[in-house]
Design a protein around this ligand. Structure first.
Ligand code: GTR
Length: 436
């Protein structure tokens, strides 16, 4: 097969920095998207055409994964050989008896000291067997996702945000429930799913020197004072933390570790995608408004660009990714190949109309161009050629929607994710699917 040679023409909840729906000096005009050619996910480095799922899994998938490790997110170390954790709190009668709450402390080095993260878990009491689960990182502490007064408040560094109750870079009581609109806890439980969340700053504080106090510093080779250019960046560290949560889920008999969906918003959507790509135990992957370095095609340079993201957030990706500043075409991968790494698992990409910074069309096109890899498994992709209208979900094993409104996670998004999970997971409690 010949290279496809696709020629194409082509803020926020308490966001940390001012994330605007549009920033000046960046392109928001579809007519000004540069011409670009996407690398072909089905063409191996040695020129071989990848024509079936065996070749994909043996040859091309490992190649693409390695490219993303080396050039974009960085190579993460293996997890610790033994998982060191303790259940620090549990209540079988939480949320008016609807849920069992567990708070589990995981030591990230595998030893009894050093960096640790707290996992908050709600499991639906009406489900008798192991429950399927959504897991996602949060921005300001587990206590922000629900007003439940028993949720532990993190002790790790937090980005300034008075609305989220952060004082002097520490979380406080005032933050309880501050981001509850983004976590449809009641809906999730009523539909028979559990929910687990972790404060991402427990894994690594989100600033350029955050790695020095995080587990990344525990993995520096002797004699080194900086991670090497291909080493893991913060996104990779955060997704590594999600994998450690998965290590725990595999040990908890009340959780169905084969039906865990990983979800994330914005930078944490970039993280959920990388977690799903690098750890195939995640059975379903959701990207909510993840944008540049997440679902959006970098080559479109629409809204946030590679140069801009590497400049604003030099710690998110590995140092090699800087090579593609103003030079996206030189990158051997683009983000449709990241989506393709989920195949044949279900993956959902969501965009919002007012979130131009994240390039909704670029997010859609990534989802669409991952389709040929899903086709190797006989699975349907987004199922449409053109970007769908607002509030019109599409897709089979690759789901996509374009919601009205801003950069956020809303009940509308959760309704779609629950319907998608219902379709692919067949949970114990039947929900009315709003998508079918
Ligand atoms: C912005 C960044 C986006 C997105 C967002 C967020 O400042 O430009 O890529 O990640 O932050 O995470 O809220």
């Amino acid at each position: 097969m010949k290279p496809v040679g696709l020629i194409l023409f082509g803020a926020i909840f308490f966001a940390p920095l001012i994330v605007t729906a549009q920033s000046s000096g960046f392109n928001y005009d579809e007519a000004r998207v540069p011409k670009y050619t996407l690398p072909d996910p089905l063409l191996a480095a040695d020129g071989r055409a990848i024509t079936n799922s065996v070749l994909w899994e043996r040859v091309r998938r490992p190649e693409i994964l390695t490219l993303f490790e080396d050039q974009v997110y960085g190579r993460a170390p293996r997890g610790p050989s033994g998982l060191s954790y303790s259940v620090i709190e549990t209540d079988q009668n939480a949320l008016d008896g609807k849920a069992t709450r567990k708070q589990v402390r995981i030591q990230l080095t595998g030893k009894r000291y050093g960096p640790r993260m707290d996992v908050l878990i709600y499991l639906p009491n009406q489900v008798k067997g192991p429950a399927p689960l959504f897991v996602g990182l949060n921005f300001y502490g587990n206590h922000t996702i629900h007003p439940d007064p028993n949720i532990e408040i993190p002790i790790s560094w937090c980005r300034s945000n008075s609305k989220a109750g952060v004082v002097d870079n520490r979380a406080t009581e005032k933050g309880r429930g501050a981001s509850a609109t983004r976590w449809a806890v009641d809906k999730i439980l009523a539909r028979g799913y559990g929910l687990a969340t972790i404060y991402y700053g427990d894994i690594e504080p989100d600033h350029k020197d955050g790695w020095k106090s995080s587990l990344r510093s525990y993995h520096l080779a002797p004699g080194r004072t900086q991670p090497p250019p291909e080493a893991w960046g913060a996104i990779s560290a955060w997704s590594w933390g999600l994998s450690r949560a998965m290590d725990y889920f595999e040990k908890d008999g009340k959780i169905d570790a084969h039906r865990v969906a990983v979800i994330g918003h914005s930078r944490l959507g970039k993280t959920s995608l990388w977690a799903g790509a690098s750890d195939e135990r995640f059975a379903l992957v959701i990207s909510n408004d993840s944008g540049c370095g997440g679902a959006a095609l970098s080559r479109r340079a629409f809204g946030e660009t590679v140069k801009r993201i590497n400049t604003s957030f030099p710690h998110w990706f590995n140092d090699n990714f800087n090579r593609f500043n103003d030079n996206e075409a030189a990158c051997p991968v683009d983000q449709h190949m990241l989506i393709a790494l989920m195949a044949p698992r279900p993956v959902y990409v969501a965009s919002a109309e007012e979130d131009k910074w994240a390039d909704p069309n670029g997010e859609f096109l990534s989802a669409k161009h991952a389709g040929p890899v899903y086709a190797l498994y006989g699975k349907g992709g987004v199922g449409v050629e053109k970007h769908p209208p607002v509030n019109t979900p599409v897709g089979d094993t690759i789901g996509y929607h374009y919601r009205t409104g801003k950069h956020d996670v809303t009940d509308y998004d959760w309704e779609r994710y629950l319907a998608f999970a219902d379709r692919h997971f067949k949970p114990a409690v039947k929900g009315k699917s709003n998508q079918d």
